[in-house]
Design a protein around this ligand. Structure first.
Ligand code: RIB
Ligand code: CA
Length: 329
């Protein structure tokens, strides 16, 4: 791994597209994957741990510690997304169970230890979250000193324009709205820059079935074959000839931020609305009169919001990296 590789930690609810994100983070030479932490979301947390270990084993990354985190949201009732990701949470593709074992620490302790160790070494890690933010909320409120070792949080979640879990809310934020609100508040207080990779860009980078077939043909039960099988699963499930790399786009945004069109904007998370709970309310108004007469006042939190993406660039980055990673786990 080159000395210039960027230290990253992923917090995941593996999930088909979390697996796509992990495969990129585990195989790209420009990233130094220090740890992966798991949270309940797409699937129950124990399935998330198993799926995450499966992916890292396929990528030949037994060196990366994986820890089990929050089983359920801070307040909201737990829901899963197995209608999207399959019963096992990773496409029911029948991949062999992992032989790797998780780290004995809780996810919050592994996050704390990894961030503080980085700070003590004069480094910082980029925290990429592709899941409900429960672990991150617990980390920042329990161990705020960990912030010294965090360069930035890039979170897949929220949206400016739309929802998917509901008409108004994106799944990761809807799953644990309190956690999302806490993370945004704590990051602002701790001066941690935040980038939101939301639904406005999430679906755009896609990989075609023909490309997936090429990945599967590499064989050897490695990263490429697994990546191809995951794309094939999504294409079959949704009856399409291409599938989004989803969460992997947030890792692409770390590698090539110039592929995003962004703006730093005020943001709030709706916690009380009946039909709008979990909505990320991004304020795009640009007339001072509106703002100065707004009884809500300006939110204390501003994040860098992804408004557009060079989707062909990110699709090629993901596909070419994993295709080039070879076929053996
Ligand atoms: O809304 C999309 C997000 O919800 C992705 O992270 C996907 O994996 C699911 O967790
Ligand atoms: Ca996810």
């Amino acid at each position: 791994m080159p000395p210039t590789a960027r230290p990253v930690v992923l917090d995941v609810d593996t999930g088909v597209d979390d697996a796509c994100a992990l495969l990129l983070a585990a195989t790209h030479a420009g990233l130094d994957l220090r740890a992966v932490t798991c949270v309940g979301g797409n699937a129950p947390v124990d399935d998330v741990v198993r799926n995450t270990l499966t992916v890292l084993q396929a990528a030949g990354r037994s060196d990366v510690p994986v820890a089990r985190g929050a089983e359920r949201p801070l307040l909201e009732h737990p829901r899963d997304a197995r209608h999207v990701h399959g019963e096992d949470g990773m496409g029911d593709i029948g991949w062999p169970a992992p032989t790797l074992r998780p780290d004995p620490r809780h996810a919050v302790e592994l996050l704390r230890d990894t961030c503080i160790a980085a700070a003590e070494a004069g480094e910082t890690v980029t925290l990429v979250t592709t899941a409900p933010l429960t672990n991150i909320a617990l980390l920042l409120r329990t161990y705020p000193a960990a912030a010294r070792g965090i360069a930035e949080v890039v979170f897949m979640g929220g949206a400016v324009q739309t929802g998917n879990a509901t008409a108004s809310a994106e799944f990761n934020v809807f799953h644990d709205p309190e956690a999302a609100a806490i993370v945004l508040d704590a990051a602002a207080q701790l001066a941690i820059p935040v980038t939101m990779y939301g639904l406005d860009v999430f679906y755009d980078p896609v990989v075609a079935t023909a490309e997936a077939d090429e990945l599967v043909a590499v064989g050897g039960r490695g990263a490429a074959e697994l990546a191809g099988r995951l794309i094939q699963f999504q294409c079959e499930r949704f009856g399409r000839d291409a599938a989004t790399i989803g969460d992997a786009g947030a890792v692409c945004a770390v590698l090539e931020p110039e592929g995003l069109t962004t703006q730093v904007l005020p943001i709030r998370v709706e916690l009380a609305g009946h039909w709008s709970r979990g909505r990320t309310i991004v304020d795009r108004r640009d007339w001072s009169g509106d703002l100065s007469h707004d009884p809500h006042g300006e939110p204390p939190v501003r994040v860098r919001v992804a408004l557009g993406v060079d989707h062909q660039r990110y699709s090629a980055l993901w596909r070419d990296t994993i295709l080039g990673s070879g076929g053996t786990s």
